[in-house]
Design a protein around this ligand. Structure first.
Ligand code: GLN
Length: 237
């Protein structure tokens, strides 16, 4: 059994150790004797049809500008994969660009893939710090955020979680991230998966389910991960 993980734009979109999320997915597969292949996707590449998990990290406004055209080009294929139930995790910069658009503080509008029903406009100050959420699916989730973008959820769009500490989507309505089908969009860097391994296992389980390999995931000893989670939660904002 093999899982193919698509890592979108690792060159431009990889802030605050976001790459650690891919390592976590790979390791948690391998610890269960599931082979995991990571495909680094850069502008101009071809996306294989048999992708099982999609991941995209955060990036500077300039990096987002650089990938804009390519992302628009591949958006029909990404949309199809997401609508078909492919599990995905998109963080900050790619989270914003999985939405309709991101307007930078220089009033430059970067078009998104229009997969998530969200819009983002840069605010007057950066929202920076440790963040804790309450999520219906995974309970307490912890991470680190650093963004200028203020994200608004469109009508009938579900948040990923409710902010307990930190800013989240816009520092105003207490929403954080969004969930659409099996795609999670969030501002949480850190990286998010090592400290919140249930999210990693959700992505892996959904990938297996989609391959009709819905064997129950073997439990792993997550003592170190739980400790990392608790330490992160105890940090000041
Ligand atoms: N450049 C975007 C913003 O500042 C995304 C930042 C990020 O990915 N951390 O909102």
């Amino acid at each position: 059994m093999k899982i193919k993980i698509l890592h979108l734009y690792p060159r431009e979109m990889n802030l605050y150790a976001d790459h650690g999320n891919v390592l976590t997915l790979k390791k948690r597969c391998e610890w269960r004797n599931i082979e995991a292949e990571v495909i680094h996707y850069e502008p101009g590449d071809k996306i294989p049809d048999d992708i099982d998990i999609i991941f995209g990290g955060g990036g500077q406004d300039s990096g987002q500008g650089k990938i804009e055209n390519d992302l628009i080009k591949i958006s029909p294929q990404l949309k199809q994969l997401i609508n078909d139930g492919t599990p995905a995790l998109v963080i900050c910069g790619i989270y914003q660009l999985f939405g309709k658009y991101f307007e930078t503080s220089e009033h430059k509008r970067i078009q998104g893939a229009d997969i998530l029903n969200i819009t983002t406009v840069a605010g007057p100050e950066r929202l920076i710090g440790n963040i804790v959420l309450n999520t219906p699916e995974f309970g307490e989730v912890v991470g680190y955020e650093n963004h200028s973008g203020l994200t608004k959820l469109g009508p009938d769009t579900t948040a990923f979680g409710t902010v307990v500490k930190g800013y989240g989507n816009n520092g105003n309505d207490l929403t954080e991230g969004t969930v659409y089908k099996n795609c999670i969009g969030t501002y949480l860097h850190g990286p998010i998966l090592p400290k919140n391994p249930r999210i990693a296992d959700f992505l892996i389980a959904k990938a297996l389910e989609r391959k009709k390999q819905s064997k129950k995931l073997a439990r792993l000893n997550d003592m170190v991960e739980q400790r990392a989670h608790s330490v992160a939660v105890s940090r000041p904002q």
